[in-house]
Each structure stands twice: as structure tokens, then as C-alpha cells.
Design a protein around this ligand. Structure first.
Ligand code: NAD
Length: 482
């Protein structure tokens, strides 16, 4: 580990070494080598970042919105210029393929683009004569310091779901990225510094649980945007709300995808295989359970087997790789345990990722396909977050929907069909908040809201799109008689 970069916090416009003695090793998952050390900053360091953000707030709030969005235009240009460099960092610290990384960077840049619409999107409402001679308006006002806490799987993109909107609204911000993948945000914050945000408007604190709890408890933090696993999402939501903050907490997933016998089978199977194994299955929108409805089971099973067998496992920075490594040795062990448990539970392991040819170093695992999965199996209940796809059969669309509705998580779901009747029933009834028709990964664009339902989301206002302007402002109502 000697000689590896130790990351610094960015507080009040300066890069500052953390005083923390505890660090988390950052790995290149394709080699298993430690490439950096992430300090686990203390509550005092979180406090320093929040105080810097609070000091910057009064002047940033008074800055006209047209001026506030100028650094965002600069940031957009800088992110475009450095997109390939940023994507290479994402691949290096996370493992996903370069094209997957670049796709996520593009999605992040689109968030900045939408946030620059703040002059229009922040507008309020007004009505004259709500009573004789009395006029009423509602205006959106920033609230102060907001923070985000983000996961390992989209290290460049997920913080960009939040801070561009928050600062465009006139708030100041503290970002706490995943300690497993902190390198991308180092570059994003260097670019943000170059883009000309005033000191203290954007702050970066590296850390783990202590930093998260300090954010939840800090009296000056007005709101938190969290993305991660459901147990932590629930804990952050509960703790943050108890401290009087607004919290949006996006959690884990177990996504069902239905295939009707009338589906365009070849394109459906291409999309499903990509949805399950893209980003090594470490995607909150990944398909976990595919449900062939009626008599299309054999076609789905054979088609997926063929496609998953053809995946090329390897270092995500190599152009021919289609399946990169998992994030860590510990996570690989967790996925291996889920596969073993599935076998013990009696599911049929049609394709065994443990037997795939993979590089000898790094946290690689081939794709696995299970058939004969039933709802009581851990395979069907628990989020695996790896390249493991389960087939669970259903006789009808009603039965298929029941399987999904019985699950406590409801992030995303899709149907593949050529029938408008089936598509409408699915759209109308499915309880996941991200619902796709003939779409493998139902991710919307930055100008729409994003977030799940049931145990996949804690809060009410979702991420990005117009909802971000609601989450990051207080809608004050002004009533006047002159
Ligand atoms: P995680 O919950 O382990 O970590 C997320 C963040 O919480 C990190 O910043 C981490 O430092 C912090 N954290 C972890 N444990 C904590 C604890 N005990 N107390 C306080 N803070 C803690 O999640 P992860 O493994 O980094 O990411 C994968 C998870 O994120 C999956 O469950 C995935 O479905 C979910 N995810 C959801 C979405 C979505 O949009 N719903 C998007 C991406 C990822």
C-alpha cells in the first residue's frame, strides 16, 4: 500500500488532508491492487465542511440565478472535455467497462444541463385578488446546506444527480462519496473548482459510517440525498428525519422483468441479457428475475443462456471486454455465497459463473443463470448485485405481477410484449416506480424524476428532473394587501 495516493477533502475552496488515522483501501477490481487510500473522516471534519458551506450560503443565495448557473455551464464544458479521463477513472476504481463508464459520465453531464434551466424551473406562481385587493404568490427559496451520500456503483454520476440542482437553487453543498470509489469525485471537484464556484459552495468529505452519521445529525444540514442499499437508506432516512431534515433515500432493488409469448423475442433477449449482466449486475436497475409468461419459457431460457455464455469476462479497460469484475473480494464472496445457497435451495444452475474462464487476478466472476426459482428462495428474495439472473415461471400476466407485488422492494420493472393490452395492464398495475415497456433498463433522462417505491425508496420527492427543484427549495407563500 506504501506510496498510494491518500485522498484529500475539499472544504471551503481548499484541498485539505484529513486528520483521520483510519482509511479504506481503494482497489482496482480488475487487478485486485490497492490504488489509493480513502480517509474515513471524522465528525469534526464533516462539521468543518458544513460550516464552510453555511458561511458561503448567504452570499450564494443572494447571487442572481443567472449568475449562479454560469459555473454550471463551465462545469458542463469541463466535464465534456474530460469525459474520457473521468470514464477511465470510473473503470479503474469500479471495474465496469469503458463504454459503460462513459455512458454513466454522459448521464451525469445531462444532469448539469438540466440544472442550468434553473431560471425557468425555479419560477413560482402568482394570483391577483385571492380576496378583494389581496394578491398571492408562491416563490421557491433555497434552504441552506444540503448533503449527498452516494454508493460505489456509479461513482461519477450519482453525486451529479444532486449537487448541480441543489446549488442552482441557491443552496450550498457537502458531498460524501462511497469510500470504495472516491477517485471520480476528486476529478469532478477539481473541475468544479476550475468552473468557478465560490469557495464553500461545494465541499467534498471522504468517509464512511461516522461521516454519514455526522451528516444526519448536524443541525445546519437542512436536507440529505442518499443512494445505497435499503437497510442504510432506511437508517439514514430515519436518523435524518428525526433530526428535522428533509431526506430522499434511494435504496436497493430486486427488479422483475416479464416476457410475454408475443414479445419480439430476439431483441427482448438481447436487452434482458444486457440488463442483467451490464455493469456486472451492479446496477440498481439491473434485471434480477426474468419471468417468462405462458409458453415462452424454453425460448427465454435458451436465448439467455446463449447470450450470457457469449459474454467476455475481463478488465473493463480492454475494448473487447463485455463483463467486468465485481467491486471487491468481499462482494464477490457474497455473490458466490448467494449462488451456492441457490444450488442448496434446489434451483437449477443452468450456467455456473464460478466455472467461467476469468483472469487470475482481480474480483472476477462469470455470469450465472438459474431456472426453477421460487419466491421463497433467497435467490428470489435478496438483492444479489452481481451477474446472476434467475428465471421464475408464471402462467399468466396476473400471476407474474403477483410475484413482483409480493416482493418488498420495487425499484424498476419491465415487460416485453407486442400487445397494447398487456403493456397497459403492466403500466397500470406494476408497483415499481420505474416501469419499462420493451426496455431492459428503465432509466429516465435527467429531466424526469427518478426513484423507486416500497422498500426501494424512503421519502416523497424523488431525484433530478423537476422534482429536484421541489426537494431543494422551500415553497414560500406571500400574501399582500396594499
Ligand atoms: P451502501 O448502502 O453500502 O453504501 C452507500 C453509502 O452509505 C456509502 O457512501 C457508504 O459509505 C454509506 N454507508 C454504508 N454503510 C453504512 C452504515 N452502516 N451507516 C451509515 N452509512 C453507511 O451501498 P453500496 O454497496 O455502496 O451500493 C450498492 C447499493 O446501492 C445497492 O443496494 C444498490 O441497489 C443501491 N443503489 C440504488 C440506486 C437507486 O437509484 N435506487 C442507485 C445505485 C445504487
Amino acid at each position: 500500500m506504501a506510496g498510494n495516493e491518500r485522498l484529500q477533502n475539499f472544504i471551503g475552496g481548499k484541498w485539505i488532508a484529513s486528520a483521520a488515522t483510519a482509511t479504506h483501501p481503494v482497489f482496482n477490481p480488475a487487478t485486485g491492487q490497492v490504488i489509493a487510500e480513502c480517509p474515513l473522516s471524522s465528525a469534526n471534519e464533516v462539521d468543518a465542511a458544513v460550516q464552510a458551506a453555511q458561511s458561503a450560503y448567504p452570499s450564494w443565495r443572494r447571487t442572481p440565478v443567472e449568475n449562479r448557473i454560469q459555473p454550471l455551464f463551465e462545469l458542463k464544458a469541463l466535464l465534456e472535455k474530460h469525459a474520457k479521463e473521468l470514464a477511465a477513472i470510473v473503470t479503474r476504481e469500479n471495474g465496469k467497462t469503458l463504454s459503460e463508464s462513459l455512458g454513466s459520465v454522459r448521464r451525469g453531464i445531462q444532469m448539469v444541463e438540466v440544472a442550468t434551466g434553473a431560471p425557468s424551473l425555479l419560477m413560482g406562481q402568482a394570483l391577483e385578488d385571492i380576496a378583494t385587493g389581496i394578491d398571492c404568490e408562491s416563490v421557491r427559496q433555497p434552504m441552506g446546506v444540503f448533503a449527498c451520500i452516494t454508493p460505489f456503483n456509479f461513482p461519477a454520476m450519482v453525486p451529479l444527480w444532486f449537487f448541480p440542482f441543489a446549488v442552482a437553487c441557491g443552496n450550498t453543498f457537502v458531498c460524501k462519496p462511497s469510500e470504495q470509489t472516491p477517485l471520480s469525485q476528486k476529478l469532478v471537484f477539481e473541475l468544479a473548482q476550475e468552473a468557478g464556484f465560490p469557495d464553500g459552495v461545494l465541499n467534498l468529505v471522504h468517509g464512511g459510517r461516522e461521516a454519514v452519521e455526522a451528516i444526519c445529525d448536524h443541525p445546519l444540514v437542512r436536507g440529505i440525498s442518499f443512494v445505497g442499499s435499503s437497510p442504510v437508506a432506511k437508517a439514514v432516512y430515519t436518523r435524518g428525519c428525526a433530526a428535522g431534515k428533509r431526506v430522499q433515500a434511494l435504496g436497493g432493488a430486486k427488479n422483475f422483468l416479464f416476457v410475454m409469448p408475443d414479445a419480439e423475442m430476439e431483441s427482448a433477449l438481447d436487452a434482458i441479457s444486457e440488463s442483467a449482466c451490464g455493469c456486472a449486475g451492479e446496477r440498481c436497475l439491473a434485471t434480477s428475475i426474468v419471468v417468462p409468461v405462458g409458453d415462452c419459457h424454453a425460448a427465454v431460457r435458451e436465448g439467455l443462456l446463449k447470450r450470457m455464455q457469449a459474454l467476455k469476462v475481463g478488465d473493463g479497460s480492454h475494448p473487447d471486454t463485455t463483463l467486468g469484475p465485481l467491486i471487491s473480494a468481499a462482494h464477490r464472496e457474497k455473490v458466490l455465497a448467494a449462488i451456492e445457497r441457490g444450488v442448496q435451495e434446489g434451483a437449477e444452475l443452468v450456467l455456473d459463473g464460478r466455472k467461467a474462464e476469468v483472469p487470475s487476478e482481480g474480483f472476477f466472476l462469470g455470469p450465472s443463470l438459474f431456472d426453477g426459482v421460487t419466491s421463497e428462495m433467497a435467490l428470489a428474495r435478496e438483492e444479489i448485485f452481481g451477474p446472476v439472473l434467475c428465471i421464475q415461471r408464471a402462467d399468466s400476466l396476473d400471476d407474474a405481477l403477483e410475484l413482483a407485488h409480493a416482493h418488498p422492494l420495487a425499484n424498476a420493472s419491465s415487460i416485453f410484449t407486442t400487445s397494447g393490452k398487456h403493456a397497459r395492464q403492466f403500466r397500470y398495475q406494476i408497483d415499481a416506480s420505474m416501469a419499462g415497456v420493451n426496455i431492459g433498463v428503465s432509466a429516465p433522462m435527467s429531466f424526469f424524476g427518478f426513484g423507486g417505491a416500497k422498500g426501494s425508496f424512503f421519502g416523497d420527492l424523488k431525484a433530478h428532473g423537476r422534482e429536484a427543484f421541489d426537494f431543494y427549495t422551500d415553497r414560500k407563500v406571500l400574501i399582500s394587501r396594499w
